[in-house]
Design a protein around this ligand. Sequence first.
Ligand SMILES: [Zn+2]
Length: 71
Amino acid sequence: MPTLQSYKTNQAHTERMYCVKCRQHVIVTAPELVKLKNNRFALRGKCPHTGVMCYKVVTRERAKELVPGIE
Ligand SMILES: [Zn+2]
């Protein structure tokens, strides 16, 4: 997934994300917030079981809650 920028979220933040290798939702700790080329935002983090990178598109409002100050 092509990304422009990445931002750290709170290290205590956990997010339920889908892992394509586990084929189920897993809990990812402190995923990064990334800005995509289409100007949307997504969370990106490694599955704790397989290490596979998981992505989850989030709304701009949600992105701003996770990383205050972003545009
Ligand atoms: Zn996994």
